[in-house]
Design a protein around this ligand. Structure first.
Ligand SMILES: Nc1ncnc2c1ncn2[C@@H]1O[C@H](COP(=O)(O)OP(=O)(O)O)[C@@H](O)[C@H]1O
Ligand SMILES: CCCC(=O)OP(=O)(O)O
Length: 353
């Protein structure tokens, strides 16, 4: 079985080619920031990224005609069930014209469709575990202001994949277990998975601050700032200029750890606050299941840090054993999802809009 997985990020497009479940080629094609910034809307980047992807396929002698499936990271659709969604005109039109949040993952379906056009009549184009996977309990949707609903938006693909892996490794059934997953990357998502569903999460705009994202902020101060800055400036602050970067000038956690070792006390205070907020979010989610949690799983790039893993273990191990699954497992999650669909083990949902 031949599967191509495509994961468009803010500065790169990751692509991986699998044959019978084995990875044959994987590449992160980096796009210079100055090139990306020339585009207006994210979806204007389709032709640019497709040409680069096509070059990769040619160079690596990967024939689209032989593909059983091409799977993209699912973008910001309306709230959807977890799993696989066929790339249809309706789904693409939503990502092109209706989605409310600009995000590079919105390109996943569009690029998968370009590959499918070169495939055979059996090649399936799909997205898997989109950013907008929504399995919230109703009580989790209430925000505190009528008209504003809490939304399930986050790193669902990676969080669900590592939750299932950790459950399997611990000989727990994902459908029965309770797991808290903290994805620690440029943005953070912290979620709780209970009996097979991600029933609540802190998104990157309301939970702990991340390496470059603000997380939740005191709302009165934000209101005041909105009168000083444009919407674009505010969005950039929250997404690219917040968190550790706003305090230290760098979004590289390794650089901050080096500074701490050199005696930089301000860097230490901010990094301790970063850990403190993540621990507080994990503790908060544990209350949802009355403190009954089987495992806490730390993932994303910062989970490579012994410093962060040790500090979070110290603060949260009273809740449940803490496991690190560093990095992101998105490419394998995409390919395995597509594989299950091709084998008929998992339903291919049709996006209803
Ligand atoms: N060994 C490490 N120790 C500490 N931080 C690390 C380590 N490796 C990567 N990181 C940090 O991970 C962050 C990037 O996380 P990642 O999940 O790759 O982000 P993105 O959201 O961009 O995919 C960076 O701040 C980087 O410094
Ligand atoms: C919008 C939630 C998903 C997300 O933030 O992804 P990135 O960290 O890859 O931008």
């Amino acid at each position: 079985m031949k599967i191509l997985a495509i994961n468009p990020g803010s500065t790169s497009t990751k692509v991986a080619y699998y044959v019978d479940g084995t990875i044959i080629k994987e590449q992160s094609i980096v796009h210079p920031l100055e090139t990306i910034e020339k585009f207006g809307a994210v979806t204007e980047q389709v032709d640019f990224r497709w040409e680069i992807l096509l070059r990769f396929l040619k160079e690596e002698k990967i024939s689209a005609v032989e593909l059983d499936a091409v799977v993209g990271r699912g973008g910001i659709l309306p709230p959807v069930k977890a799993g696989a969604y066929e790339v249809t005109e309706k789904l693409m039109n939503y990502l092109l014209y209706e989605t409310t949040v600009e995000h590079p993952s919105n390109l996943g379906a569009l690029l998968a469709n370009e590959v499918k056009k070169q495939g055979n009549e059996r090649t399936i184009a799909l997205v898997y575990d989109p950013v907008s996977v929504d399995e919230f309990e109703d009580v989790a949707r209430i925000s505190g202001l009528k008209g504003i609903e809490r939304k399930s938006l986050g790193h669902a693909l990676n969080m669900r994949a590592v939750a299932m892996k950790a459950a399997q490794d611990a000989q727990l059934d994902y459908q029965q277990a309770t797991l808290i997953v903290a994805h620690l990357g440029g943005g953070n998502s912290i979620s709780i998975h209970h009996q097979g569903r991600m029933i609540d999460s802190f998104s990157d705009d309301e939970g702990p601050f991340a390496t470059e994202r603000t997380g939740g902020l005191p709302v009165k101060e934000v209101i005041a700032l909105c009168y000083e800055k444009s919407k674009e400036e505010m969005l950039r602050l929250y997404k690219r200029e917040g968190g550790l970067k706003s305090y230290t000038g760098t979004n590289d956690a390794r650089e901050i750890e080096t500074r701490i070792k050199q005696g930089d006390e301000e860097a230490k205070l901010v990094y301790d606050a970063y850990i403190y907020q993540i621990a507080r979010a994990i503790g908060g989610l544990a209350t949802i299941t009355d403190g009954k949690v089987d495992r806490i799983i730390l993932t994303g790039g910062v989970a490579y840090s012994d410093y962060v893993v040790a500090a979070l273990t110290q603060k949260t191990a009273f809740i449940a054993p803490v496991i690190a699954e560093p990095g992101e497992h998105e490419m394998i999650a995409l390919s395995k999802g597509a594989e299950r669909v091709v084998l008929g083990q998992e339903e291919l949902h049709r996006f209803k809009g």
